[in-house]
Design a protein around this ligand. Structure first.
Ligand SMILES: [Zn+2]
Length: 236
């Protein structure tokens, strides 16, 4: 009888210790501000991961609307947007992200030969007209073309952003992330683990876009890098 009660006490003590450790970890992470991506209303909870993933997924992607009256204000908005993506691609978000091996090479996000209509680097923005850095490459894609994950990874954000339109952010481990912009439809949810080449949605022309195409972006520790460096060399 005594032994059984001791056993029960041990289990309760271990549970209390485990809960305490989790709460301490969460408070430390919250103090560093690195658990919850900023625009997502439902904080990711280690204790309730499934519920919080579902709640976040409830924010549905909507169609972006272009209205540019004040290009200086718009440039400011785009800088804020870039800061958002920098955070989304660097925050220690989930343990699964940290376990992913860093991919050495990506597969192309579209089937067939990639045609680049706007390369990575400085350019005159096609809509606001200012000299701004293009953080990815624009690839030719008809409306509704399947878009694929360039490597195995976890969807850390999906939703609608001013310039990017309907957009998916995938973390591929601690350093590399990819962003897919101007999508017509998103078929994955936040927290979903994607295989390399898995379809995440279809291309469109949402956000700041002058026509159907895929904006494909690669970030290394939050900083945009030329995606073509990590894609297999094409013959063109
Ligand atoms: Zn682009």
């Amino acid at each position: 009888m005594h032994r059984r009660r001791n056993g029960c006490l041990t289990v309760v003590l271990v549970l209390i210790l485990a809960m305490g450790s989790l709460m301490w970890y969460q408070s430390q992470a919250a103090a560093r501000g690195d658990v919850t991506p900023p625009t997502i209303n439902t904080p990711f909870s280690i204790l309730h991961p499934i519920a919080s993933i579902r709640a976040r997924d409830a924010e549905r992607a909507t169609w972006g609307v272009i209205s540019v009256q004040d290009s200086a204000a718009m440039e400011h908005e785009l800088i804020l947007e870039d800061a958002f993506f920098r955070r989304a691609t660097t925050q220690a978000w989930e343990w699964r992200v940290l376990l992913l091996p860093t991919p050495q090479q990506f597969v192309p996000p579209l089937i067939g030969a990639l045609v680049v209509t706007s390369p990575f680097g400085m350019r005159e923005h096609p809509i606001i007209g200012q000299e701004l850095e293009h953080h990815g490459v624009d690839l030719v894609a008809e409306l509704g073309t399947p878009v694929m994950a360039a490597a195995r990874g976890v969807v850390v954000w999906r939703g609608n952003k001013l310039g990017y339109g309907n957009c998916v952010v995938i973390r591929h481990g601690t350093h590399l992330s990819t962003i897919y912009g101007h999508l017509m439809r998103i078929d994955v949810h936040t927290g979903q683990l994607l295989a390399r080449g898995q379809v995440l949605g279809v291309s469109g022309s949402t956000g700041f876009s002058t026509g159907p195409h895929l904006h494909f972006e690669v970030r290394s520790d939050g900083t945009p890098i030329d995606p073509l460096v990590l894609l297999p060399r094409s013959s063109n």
